[in-house]
Design a protein around this ligand. Structure first.
Ligand code: ADP
Length: 507
């Protein structure tokens, strides 16, 4: 790929109209430049949206099984290139290789799952209260879908948004995160190889406040699907509200693991380590709160500290590494600031709490896995999303106290509870305020055939994945057909009722 020719518009790879570019670097070795990408502005976005609009009528009329067949080929291509995509991901955003493979696998699963939807029912046949009347409701596409994606799942998240939208007959403009443009380019290249016609998928690389904001503003975009920070989500949702544009937001989380006194502590520990430190804590489902029953707290805390100390931190490509770098220097400093806030609020730092600057970590963005004790729910570190390898223990007295504290944040993405008691488990399943509830499992680990999303400030009511995947990018069209041979108007609600009367002549 030529330097900066990374916009894919109407079936052609192009640079930004302005010719401006930006670079992407390896977060584990920040002097290593990985590529140069188009820094798109409103004019590039306008061209991409126009291409998507032009391609829409034909794509919408393409039979759904044929659209599904292209997604199936995409699944095969992702499988074929899984290893190279995973390796590129390690370099571009830092997660360790096994996790990067998992990221690609989610997209493979999603491709096959959505491909099958091409031959599944697409609506309902509904009874009518009138004779000789056919009533049906059918899911239809909305037009051009604008997608703004984050860097933490650079292949999985575009696939969650794009495959359902394409299967439903929409055309697409993707604006990927500025930290992971290279994987977005690969993703689109594979879609082209899979047979996506020109204009059906368009890519504009660039910055959020420039290319992203232009996509939100574009009158040709019918829906925006956004995953990212609550701050930006609020901005986008507000703007979409004013523009009467549909918007789907997947935002922050402040997820918790509850460990009750009857929990399998070994299992809970493994779950806590994975939830808190997997992807260096940069998952929207990461557990940054551990709500532990007071009778097992000391034992749990000591074991957690010991295992946290033993975690191997390193460059993600190293098979020994369990935790890679965080995404960039700005985020590294933000994480450290939160740790300082936690200390000033009176939480006890047990382990970690520092930027790793030993020679083997330089120049990279590595943060030591961090555990606090004596965290309280009114502290900022217990309320705000940190998005790094930082977690804290909050003591709880019983199930009720645990549920109250688990629910005591503005977010509601993922909550988990460890217990061997079926009554407590079911009680928690009913009472926990979250889009995802796990029993005896970590807060991360969603499968693509179930709805994914959160309640409260985590989102605006939409769900990605599962059978709900197409809700955000389709409308329902209700269709009524009168097949009676009689020349008689039968009015719903009026002529079908015993007190109904034929219409009086108006003149
Ligand atoms: P993160 O903290 O994960 O980087 P952001 O919310 O900053 O989350 O970014 C997620 C996506 O939103 C990225 O693709 C980014 O470019 C985009 N973005 C950031 N600011 C804006 C904005 N003002 N308008 C539209 N998109 C934006």
């Amino acid at each position: 790929m030529d330097q900066g020719r990374t916009n894919y518009i109407g079936g052609e790879w192009r640079p930004a109209v302005s010719g401006e570019t930006f670079v992407s670097v390896n977060p584990a070795r920040t002097e290593e430049v990985l590529g140069t990408y188009a820094r798109s502005q409103a004019e590039d976005v306008a061209a991409a949206v126009a291409a998507a609009q032009a391609a829409y009528p034909e794509w919408r009329r393409t039979p759904a099984p044929a659209r599904g067949a292209i997604l199936f080929r995409m699944g095969q291509l992702l499988e074929q290139h899984k290893e190279s995509l995973a390796r590129q991901m390690v370099h571009e955003m830092g997660k360790v290789l096994v996790e990067a493979r998992g990221d690609v696998q989610e997209a493979i699963d999603m491709a096959y799952y959505m491909a099958a939807f091409g031959r599944l029912p697409n609506g309902y046949l509904v009874p009518s209260e009138r004779p000789d009347m056919f009533c049906a409701a059918q899911r239809v596409p909305v037009g051009v879908v604008g997608m703004i994606t984050p860097w933490n799942f650079p292949i999985a998240i575009p696939s969650w948004k794009m495959f359902p939208a394409l299967l439903a007959g929409n055309t697409v403009v993707l604006k990927p995160a500025e930290d992971t443009p290279g994987l977005a380019v690969r993703f689109v290249e594979l879609l082209v190889e899979a047979g996506i016609p020109p204009g059906v998928v368009n890519l504009v690389t660039g910055y959020g406040p420039e290319a992203g904001a232009a996509l939100v503003e574009s009158p040709g975009v019918a829906v925006i699907s956004f995953t990212g920070s609550t701050e930006v989500g609020r901005l986008i949702a507000g703007r979409c509200g004013q523009l009467m544009k549909r918007v789907s937001c997947e935002l922050g989380g402040k997820n918790a693991i509850v460990v009750l006194d009857d929990a399998d502590l070994e299992l809970a520990l493994k779950g806590a380590l994975w939830s808190a430190f997997g992807t260096a804590g940069q998952r929207c489902t990461a557990a940054s709160r551990l709500l532990v029953h007071r009778s097992v707290k000391a034992q749990f805390r000591d074991a957690l500290v010991e295992r946290t100390r033993a975690l191997r931190i390193g460059v993600g490509i190293d098979p020994e590494a369990q935790i890679g770098p965080v995404i960039n220097r700005e985020q590294l400093e933000r994480i450290h600031q939160y740790v300082q806030i936690g200390q000033s609020e009176g939480a006890t730092l047990l382990v970690g709490g520092r930027i790793l600057d030993e020679p083997e970590f330089r120049p990279g963005c590595f943060y030591a896995p961090t555990v606090f004790d004596n965290m309280h729910m009114d502290m900022r570190i217990a309320q705000e999303e940190i998005f790094g390898p930082v977690t804290g223990i909050v003591e709880v007295n019983n199930l009720e106290d645990a549920i109250t504290k688990a629910n005591a944040t503005q977010y509601g993405l993922s909550l988990s509870l460890y217990t061997r008691d079926v009554h407590r488990a079911f009680r928690a399943m009913q009472e926990l305020e979250a889009g995802l509830v796990y029993i005896n499992l970590p807060t991360s680990g969603a499968e693509i055939q179930l709805p994914f999303g959160g309640v409260k400030q985590t989102g605006n009511g939409n769900r990605e994945a599962g059978w709900t995947a197409m809700d955000y990018c389709t409308e329902w069209k209700s269709i009524y057909v009168n097949y009676s041979s009689a020349s008689e108007l039968i009015r719903a609600q009026i002529d079908t009722q015993p007190d109904g009367q034929a219409p009086a002549p108006t003149d």
